[in-house]
Write a protein that binds this ligand. Sequence first.
Ligand SMILES: [Mg+2]
Length: 192
Amino acid sequence: MRDAKPLLLLDVDGPLNPFAAKPHRRPEGYETHRLKPDCWVAQHVGVPEHLVKPLRVWLNPSHGAALQKLPFDLVWATTWEHDANEWIGWRIGLPRKENLPVIEFGSQFVTRSDGTYVKTWRVVEYAAGRPFAWVDDQIGDVDRAYVAKHHHGPALLHHVDPARGLTDDDFALLTDWAAGLTSKENTDAHRS
Ligand SMILES: [Mg+2]
């Protein structure tokens, strides 16, 4: 039996943390956090943890509710991996006790010779044919082509500007895309 909802695969840096906005121009609606998650500390090889400077993260506390209203099952697709549940989810207003599933990239997070983004093949593997939308600031046409070839189901790869983060327009687009899936399913069911 098919799962009822498509997946929404969520990147953190870019869509939820518009890190590329001007340093002194925090986008409207965002709050500043200075965080030291394990995934950040691990990037500072040889530096004692207490000397690692915290990472500045801008998060919008209204995003969690907006994401929960979408007709998707939410999944983290971020280098934050499990740290996204611990450090990000509740800060954007997702329920603190309900961890989202996490796509693990781990040691497979390496450059790809075919030019696709490092996450792409793993995203396709995780979705396993289930319809998905993916919001990320580092996806492009090469990734769309890869997904079209290897993913046997509907998919939306939606690029988000890392200087702006997810906007109302992005939420509307995701809603419309999911609605399109449902109406197509109904049409197909009617035909068969
Ligand atoms: Mg990103």
